[in-house]
Design a protein. Structure first.
Length: 214
């Protein structure tokens, strides 16, 4: 697959959504936030599969879900929300929560911690995004064996270009130091931090990108 090929919308069919959720779970299995909340690897994988299935389902309805491919198949996925499409409303959450029910029944205390984690991130997002709104990179993941090949750039480039054309900011958060440096190369800058699950939870670095050429 030519790396110059652009990212394309993810097909909304259930097999594609399941495969994308599993790809994101594999790519983000070492995320400090999820690892803190769900230290058991098997429980974390089940929860991540469910969480990413929820995010992809909602993203297909209210945002933009992009995928890139290589000779193996889907190499990376990103969920972007346009200004005003996030955080998810209560009704949207209720409509998409079914995949998380088995995890909640099996790990009720961990699921409650996940809910607090999500609430902390949402609160930080509301504080950091400018009043006029911003594109929100809710999640980006590249298949572990396909990383460091330019797929991430293909997943962020189209939205950043559109944001520059329309004069719109972009926002994301990350708990990995190496990701901070990675996104700085695209013009993002750290604007704050959210400490999730105080007092011992990891820090989510909030990053904002102002449109270029304005």
């Amino acid at each position: 697959m030519d790396l110059r090929d652009p990212a394309t919308p993810l097909p909304p069919e259930p097999p594609s959504v399941r495969a994308a959720a599993q790809l994101l779970s594999s790519a983000l299995r070492g995320d400090p936030g999820f690892s803190h909340v769900l230290p058991e690897p098997s429980a974390r994988r089940r929860a991540l599969d469910a969480i990413h299935h929820i995010g992809l389902t909602d993203g297909l309805r209210h945002g933009h879900v992009l995928g890139v491919h290589d000779d193996v198949g889907v190499a990376g996925v990103a969920v972007w929300y346009p200004p005003g499409a996030y955080p998810m409303t209560t009704l949207r959450k209720v409509r998409t929560l079914a995949p998380l029910v088995p995890v909640a029944l099996r790990h009720p205390w961990r699921t409650a911690a996940l809910a607090r984690f999500g609430s902390a991130v949402e609160a930080g997002l509301r504080d950091a995004v400018p009043p006029e709104g911003a594109w929100y990179l809710e999640v980006l993941g590249v298949r572990p064996d396909a990383q460091r090949r330019g797929h991430g750039r293909r997943l962020v480039g189209p939205v950043l270009a559109d944001a520059d054309r329309t004069g719109t900011a972009c926002y994301l958060e990350t708990s990995r130091e190496e990701n901070v440096r990675y996104y700085e190369a695209f013009g993002f800058r750290a604007v704050g931090e959210v400490t999730v699950l105080r007092p011992h939870g990891p820090v989510e670095v909030q990053m904002l990108r102002e449109p270029r050429g304005r």
